[in-house]
Design a protein around this ligand. Structure first.
Ligand SMILES: Cc1ncc(COP(=O)(O)O)c(C=O)c1O
Ligand SMILES: N[C@@H](CCSC[C@H](N)C(=O)O)C(=O)O
Length: 442
């Protein structure tokens, strides 16, 4: 009798290996091969199977508003559902560790869908450092929708606990926050919120991390959402928003809103997002390696830098207990609005632009740009430094980026030349470690 074939022998010895590849699951099914080992995220991101009749390698764009046929068919009208969008949603559910994902026309569209389940009299507890657009929508709901919105310091669990009550129907968090890069304890706050009200939904805006670095649903949140305009697509060529949930009833509620209001992502944009997300791992790895080097460069030259990759970040341990990386957004202060303006205007590779998560490096002054919709009095009340500069680091060559930033700091007059190179003016003036004291020149 012939002995076992070589592959059979191998298979016996290495049960964890899917030697013939037949166990590969179709994306978007949960991709745990039968050998029990789940694929790493970098693999999951790239692996999809369109199920297309011609075996197309890339999911086709079903650029069609309507689908012929009678009642009972899977698709009838693209507002209600479209095969390209469905494929993206199922792929994203896998990536987000969610039972269901829904994709809409922008990150704010996602936030709108989520907050539409609130009713007059409901209470929302949220942070005091939030993306300007989120703050704007919550302010609208407070002023026009009868929703009681409480902004508290979500970095302090006891402060959040004190704000929670049986009337709290939603807790809306960002971590790291935009633009102050504060870290929020997703697990601690989720437990406290559910204890205060078992029906309370904890929603986490995961835009600053992406599912590659953080999975809020695994940490106890009920909803994770993010702007697909940022890291997920990565090229600033599409607007998108994505929502992930584990609860089927919550997923149905959100789907109802999306179908009712018509904010589902269009077929071509769904295709663009699907294409972009495949390179998320390589982009993010390169972007955050560059960001880390730039954060160290600025800190070593005496600037007060906010970045969770730096050990000097006061919530470094908390961040790394819930995330797998630091992302590519950092902010720093100069002590002067005029100085910050001159720096921002003096870079070339760091383009002046809102947004982040793009392959290109960007520079901005949040108080003038992304967070300008928060009125100056509120910005002051929430200690948002007017001089703060936000950097979103891309995939360019690191030396080129450091050179670009160095020449901008020198040209702007933000540094003093020393025998070893240069140091921030604030260091020269003995102001290290200060919380921003904005000095406005006349
Ligand atoms: C943290 C955060 N959440 C949500 C959004 C909204 O996303 P979008 O611009 O795709 O509507 C943005 C930026 O716009 C953001 O920075
Ligand atoms: N004019 C826009 C500003 C978009 S900011 C985009 C992004 N979230 C960021 O933080 O840079 C608006 O008013 O919403």
């Amino acid at each position: 009798m012939a002995g076992p074939s070589a592959p059979a022998v191998l298979a016996k010895g290495m049960k964890h290996l899917d030697l013939d590849g037949h166990d590969l699951p179709p994306s978007p099914a949960p991709s745990s091969p039968s050998n029990g080992r789940k694929y790493a995220l970098a693999t999951e991101l790239v692996y999809t199977e369109s199920g297309d009749q011609y075996n197309s390698s890339s999911m086709p764009i079903y650029q069609s508003a309507t689908f012929k046929g009678g009642p009972g068919q899977e698709y009838d009208y693209s507002r209600s559902g479209n095969p390209t969008r469905t494929h993206l949603e199922r792929h994203m559910a896998k990536i987000m560790n969610a039972n269901r994902a829904l994709v809409v026309s922008s990150g704010m569209g996602a936030c709108d869908v989520i907050t539409r389940i609130l009713k007059p009299g409901d209470e929302v507890v949220t942070g005091d450092d939030l993306y300007g657009g989120t703050n704007r929508l919550l302010t609208y709901l407070k002023e026009n929708g009868g929703i009681n919105v409480k902004h508290v310091d979500t970095t302090k669990l006891d402060v959040v606990k004190a704000a929670l009550s049986s009337k709290t129907t939603m807790v809306l968090l960002e971590t790291p926050t935009n633009p102050l890069i504060k870290i929020v304890d997703i697990s601690g706050i989720s437990s406290a919120a559910h204890e205060a009200n078992t029906d309370c939904y904890v929603a986490v805006d995961n835009t600053m991390m992406s599912p590659y670095l953080q999975n809020p649903l695994d940490l106890g949140a009920d909803v994770t959402y993010e702007s697909g305009t940022k890291y997920l697509s990565g090229h600033h060529d599409v607007m998108a928003g994505i929502i992930g949930v584990n609860s089927a009833s919550l997923g149905d509620k959100f789907y109802f809103m999306i179908n009712s209001t018509g904010c589902g992502l269009a077929p071509f944009d769904s295709w663009l997002l699907l294409r972009g997300v495949k390179t998320l791992a390589v982009r993010m790895e390169k972007q955050q390696a560059n960001a880390m080097a730039i954060a160290e460069f600025l800190e070593n030259h005496g600037f007060k830098v906010r970045y969770p990759g730096l050990k000097s970040h006061s919530q470094y341990a908390l961040h790394w207990s819930q995330a797998r990386g630091a992302g590519a957004v950092l902010s720093f202060e100069t002590g002067s609005i005029n100085l910050s303006e001159r720096i921002v205007e003096s870079t070339k590779l760091f383009g002046i632009s809102v947004s982040f998560g793009c392959v290109n490096s960007l520079i901005s002054m949040p108080c003038r740009m992304s967070h300008a919709s928060i009125d100056p009095a509120t910005r002051k009340e929430r200690a948002l430094p007017e001089d703060i500069i936000r950097l979103c680091v891309g995939i360019e060559d690191l030396t080129d980026l450091v050179d670009d930033l160095s020449q901008a700091l020198v040209r702007a007059g933000a540094v003093r030349l020393t025998s070893e190179g240069f140091e921030a003016l604030s260091v020269a003036e003995g102001e290290t470690g200060r919380t921003t004291q904005v000095v406005d020149e006349p």
